[in-house]
Write a protein that binds this ligand. Structure first.
Ligand SMILES: [Zn+2]
Ligand SMILES: [Zn+2]
Length: 295
């Protein structure tokens, strides 16, 4: 799907309407995402990624044993593109109003004074180094995720472009008894069912790859005992099931829109179903990943 496809535009509009109808997320956040997603979709088409030599990737044997193809700290991406997207995203953030605008001003001043280097944030995210983000969460208590949002959103186009290209290197018949992404090893932030037989997929929280996972399992600890896995639904959200795991106390939402004739756009469906996160978290279950947006 491309940013200017009519299909994509209509799907995005309908998801934005779903998000607004929930009346839970702040309007600034909804406006932010509405502006950022088309920028990212266009950037994905333009990303320049150099794929690593197959000899530096995991072997098929290692992959069958559960190794991802590439570790996320070395996952290919277009750092130059991310650096050029950073100020564009910062401007969008600054234009949303409220606390986000204030956060954008503070970040912009820190970049101008040399106190913050965007490249450092763009390197810290793939490396899984939270130090810089933690410092900025403290500094911007009203928009604690502003910097991680910028880094995740600037990197996503080229990470996802690389993921789509690398998917061709996945061995055939790769087992899917682990919940993590076979390309980068990260956890899914949401899952969904597809095709007549209801094959289940997870959306990777790092590279955005959609990978097969077991239908009845916890994607976080691989529990398959149905006595430990419980499902709940809420009438207002047809087609969405929350699966909670008593073994690891995590939960995951699964979207099943096959009967509802509704397209999937996981990064927005996640936001449109945030009421279910509130419910699951209210019962003490946790979510191990952020949204696709870094907040
Ligand atoms: Zn991944
Ligand atoms: Zn679990």
């Amino acid at each position: 799907m491309h940013a200017d496809d009519q299909v994509f535009v209509r799907l995005m509009e309908s998801k934005m309407a779903d998000i607004r109808a929930t009346d839970i997320l702040p309007e600034e956040l909804v406006n932010l995402v509405e502006q950022v997603l088309p920028v990212q979709m266009r950037a994905r088409d333009e990303a320049l990624v150099t794929l690593p030599d197959p000899s530096s990737c995991a072997t098929p044997e290692a992959m069958f044993a559960g190794s991802p193809l590439i570790l996320r700290e070395t996952f290919p991406h277009d750092l130059d593109q991310a650096l050029s997207l950073f100020p564009i995203l910062l401007d969008i953030l600054g234009g949303t109003g409220g606390a986000a605008s204030h956060a954008a001003d503070t970040l912009r001043a820190a970049i101008a004074s040399g106190e913050l280097d965007p490249a450092q944030a763009l390197r810290a995210l793939p490396a899984g180094d939270d130090t810089l983000f933690a410092a900025w969460r403290q500094r911007l208590p009203e928009s604690p995720r502003a910097l991680s949002f910028l880094a995740a959103s600037a990197l996503w186009p080229s990470l996802n472009a690389a993921a789509l290209a690398l998917a061709e290197r996945l061995p055939e018949n790769l087992p899917h008894e682990h919940g993590h992404c076979p390309l980068c090893g990260s956890l899914p932030y949401i899952s969904f069912l597809r095709q007549k037989e209801g094959l289940r997929f997870g959306s990777c929280s790092f590279c955005g790859f959609e990978h097969r996972i077991r239908r009845i399992s916890c994607p976080y600890c691989d529990e398959t005992d149905t006595a430990k896995l419980k499902l709940f639904r809420v009438e207002e959200y047809p087609g969405v099931v929350v699966g909670v795991c008593e073994t690891c106390s995590m939960y995951v939402k699964t979207l099943d829109f096959r009967e509802l004739d509704k397209g999937l756009l996981p990064c927005l469906d996640d936001m449109a179903t945030v009421a279910l996160d509130v419910l699951a978290q209210g019962q003490g279950y946790k979510r191990p990943t952020l949204s696709a947006w870094g907040f």
